[in-house]
Design a protein around this ligand. Structure first.
Ligand code: PLP
Length: 430
């Protein structure tokens, strides 16, 4: 496979762009090679600067549930573009998308649009604090809620007592009000509330975690979070930046039948353009400026091109059998990969919810970040390269979700399984 053009572009990029990329995972550091530079996408495929074609399971890290360049989405963007790129004034399409989100996500009584998931979670947390008059926010080890200072805490073993920032540049005081508990551990959450019944403003959680690899909630986890937050007067925030419109039109909250107070949306809601949002109970959302005292604003919030792409995507998803099709495709891929694992005696477990999935090598059960960290990273790197060399573009980290889109055909999935078998055969011979 020729890769000289990507290599050349990456060395040029490194001169004037930190690390050569505009978001760290794109640099492929964890798989030890330079990244492929992408020139275009079409349906389930991307094409790199050396004209190699790949079946894409990254999907721009989640937004592209319809695949690349879906004609309804590009058509809607073109139509909106004819009217202008941005006005900094209200537009009808913002009303339309708020109404549409409200129709599908029943817990969202009011919605504010922003441009990134980071902004959505940052403001949802601010609202929870303002609404309760309390300071502390509880998050879960391994859940990612964007890169705002207070949320950039993964926490290690000292978690139960101290929260340490994950990045230099964040004074410890900025995360002193961030508590961390292990995902799927309701006893840990319960004991935090017992220790500080009146200081925890809210809990923020990815209802299905996608940022330590895919980890589903255990059956009683989300209902127990709902019950505890109610009991202690705290706000429950679901960060559905990945799962919103990915698992169902109503998101993970609809799949698991648990209603949060606030929901953060991103990725799919913007159809591949920079759009995100947060919404929920009227009495909390009405605290936002201009009606209330909680400040939040954005020059490009509700940008007409991004809203057009989002609306077109959501309308397309609302047609027909999108989610049963995604489930069927996800299942086909999972079963195919698992058959290969068994055939070649490769020790791994696949966690999957609908069209998001992660293959954890060298382990049996992954229910929290500690389990995920125990996976065999070296084998993952070999797997990644084996797949890449066969034209399969899998996320370049063992702790990311792979996404199936509606554009993946059964043939694409079967080719992926075949590439996996080619790799597994060699791998099993050592
Ligand atoms: N929340 C979750 C669950 C995410 O996965 C991400 C990004 O991957 C974010 C928030 C931040 O979104 P953005 O990258 O749009 O700022």
């Amino acid at each position: 496979m020729k890769t000289s053009r990507s290599r050349e572009l990456f060395s040029r990029a490194q001169r004037y762009i930190p690390g050569g990329v505009n978001s760290p995972v794109r640099a492929w550091k964890s798989v030890g090679v330079f990244p492929r530079f992408v020139v275009r996408g079409a349906g389930a495929y991307i094409f790199d600067a050396d004209d190699n074609r790949y079946i894409d399971f990254v999907g721009s890290w989640g937004p592209l549930i319809l695949g690349h360049r879906h004609p309804r989405v590009t058509g809607a963007i073109q139509k909106a573009l004819a009217g202008g790129t941005t006005f900094g004034a209200p537009t009808e399409s913002e009303v339309e998308i708020a109404e549409l989100v409200r129709r599908h996500v029943r817990s969202i009584e009011k919605l504010r649009l922003v441009s990134s998931g980071t902004e959505a979670t940052m403001t949802a947390v601010r609202l929870a604090r303002a609404f309760t008059g309390r300071s502390k926010i509880l998050k879960f080890d391994g859940c990612y809620h964007g890169h705002s200072d207070g949320m950039l805490v993964r926490a290690g073993s000292g978690v139960a007592t101290f929260s340490l920032p994950d990045s230099p540049g964040i004074p410890p005081g900025f995360v002193a009000n961030t508590l961390v508990a292990p995902f799927n551990d309701i006893l840990a959450v319960d004991s935090r509330f017992k220790q500080e019944p009146e200081t925890i403003a809210g809990i923020i959680v990815e209802p299905v975690c996608g940022n330590m690899g895919v980890i589903p909630p255990e059956p009683d986890f989300l209902p127990a979070l709902r019950e505890l937050t109610r009991r202690y007067g705290a706000v429950l925030i679901f960060d559905e930046v990945i799962t919103g419109f990915r698992l169902a039109l109503g998101g993970a909250q609809n799949v698991y039948q648990v209603e949060p107070d606030l929901t953060c949306l991103g990725k799919v809601v913007g159809g591949g353009l920079p759009l995100a949002g947060f919404g929920g109970k009227k009495e909390i959302m009405d605290m936002l400026a201009p009606d209330g005292p909680v400040y939040q604003a954005g020059t490009l919030s509700g940008n007409p091109l991004a809203v057009a792409a989002g609306l077109a995507t959501l309308k397309q998803l609302a047609k027909g059998r999108a989610y049963s099709e995604l489930e069927q495709k996800g299942k086909r891929l999972q079963e195919g990969l698992e058959t290969v694992l068994r055939k070649y005696g490769i020790h791994a477990v696949m966690n999957r919810v609908g069209s998001m999935m992660t293959l954890f090598f060298g382990t049996e059960r992954v229910r929290n970040a500690d389990d995920a960290r125990r996976c065999d990273r070296e084998r993952f790197v070999r797997f990644f390269h084996g797949m890449l060399n066969s034209g399969i573009y899998w996320p370049p980290s063992p702790f990311e979700a792979a996404f199936v889109s509606l554009a993946h055909s059964n043939n694409d999935l079967d080719k992926t399984i075949k590439a996996f078998e080619d790799w597994a055969r060699k791998e099993s011979k050592g």
